[in-house]
Design a protein around this ligand. Structure first.
Ligand code: ADE
Ligand code: ZN
Length: 334
């Protein structure tokens, strides 16, 4: 099973590029940019990664971003992730970025975007990895600030495929961003949102109804509402589930309690993703392996999860067919 998981073609649909900042790179960039960190060593950074909940993590995640200053920093960050994904046989990635985490520090939106776009283009040329970029609004900030961020994206439509919603779910319900999502969709951006991670099932329903999302990021707590589960299954809306993230942020109490199998059994298009791998202890392969081992997922279940990732991706119909053919050929031969 391990070899099959390692070698299978994979797609990642839930990845915050700022969450791939490994302690080693954080330290090196702090030095390069003369940023003072509250840690003396790489080990000290690692030891700080003990989270009781989402907010605990977010506090360190935003503090960590302070080392990303120059265009090259953003390129190096993305390139390191993409090189790593190539070694894990990841062939398609849909990547979130948090521009407000950077513009609030005086960094130019276009600096961030062009560095990420360059890294993604280079990964396509070098490794054949395909990608989509999704710009997230930080939900703890205001609607007005989200509109300002959307104004930047409008000028870069060719490079940004969709908009998302992340950061602190509790206290910032989906409807806070109903108008900005309406405008974003009007302009042709696909919509997704983190929901049902810490917040209730109602946040998942509201994200579908008011933000009109095409995919659910996390969505674990949707399982608390059977009618909602049937609706998500019937509408074929994919969920981007993040096992190691769920464990490290106490969304689940142990990996053996992870709801992934229940999601599959309910007919949901659940997928496996890494969220913020530098903070949660694993990239794609490690996420697959940890949940497979804990739940004793069968070969059929792993195959289904791998297929769901391509099915639930935002690849256009022709590219999706090609990617699924490659996937099915691999499955048949291994
Ligand atoms: N930003 C980065 N990772 C996140 C997560 N898992 N939930 C909400 N916001 C995030
Ligand atoms: Zn996330």
């Amino acid at each position: 099973m391990r070899t099959f998981i390692e070698n299978m073609p994979k797609a990642e649909l839930h990845l915050h590029i700022e969450g791939t900042l490994e302690p080693q790179m954080m330290m090196a960039l702090a030095k390069r940019n003369n940023v003072t960190l509250p840690y003396a060593t790489v080990d000290e950074i690692r030891q700080a990664y003990e989270f009781s909940n989402l907010q605990d993590f977010l506090d360190l995640y935003y503090a960590g971003m302070s080392v990303l200053v120059e265009r090259q920093d953003f390129f190096d960050l993305a390139w390191a992730y993409l090189e790593k994904m190539h070694t894990q046989n990841v062939t398609h990635v849909e990547i979130f970025f948090d521009p407000q985490g950077h513009t609030a520090r005086g960094i130019n939106f276009d600096t961030v975007l062009s560095a990420l776009t360059d890294a993604l283009d280079q990964a396509n040329r070098t490794f054949g990895i395909t990608s989509k970029l999704i710009m997230c609004f930080l939900r703890h900030l205001s609607e007005e600030e989200a509109f300002e961020t959307l104004a930047h994206a409008r000028k870069a439509k060719g490079h940004i495929f969709g908009v998302g919603l992340d950061s602190s779910e509790i206290g910032h319900p989906p409807r806070k961003f109903e108008r900005v999502f309406a405008e974003a969709r009007n302009e042709g951006f696909v919509a997704v949102a983190h929901c049902g991670e810490e917040g209730p099932a109602e946040n998942v329903a509201d994200s579908l109804d008011y933000l009109k999302i095409s995919r659910i990021d996390h969505g674990n707590r949707a399982l608390e509402d059977p009618a909602l589960v049937s609706r998500i299954a019937d509408e074929g809306i994919a969920l981007t589930v993040c096992p190691l993230s769920n464990l490290r942020l106490n969304v689940v109490t142990s990996m053996t309690d992870h709801p992934l199998r229940r999601m599959l059994n309910a007919g949901l298009c659940a997928t496996i993703n890494s969220d913020d791998p530098a903070y949660f202890g694993g990239y794609m392969t490690e996420n697959y392996l940890s949940v497979q081992e804990a739940l004793n997922l069968s070969r059929d279940e792993i195959e289904q999860l791998g297929r769901n990732a391509y099915t639930g991706s935002f690849l256009d119909a022709a590219s999706k067919r090609v990617a699924l053919d490659v996937y099915d050929t691999f499955v048949a031969a291994n």
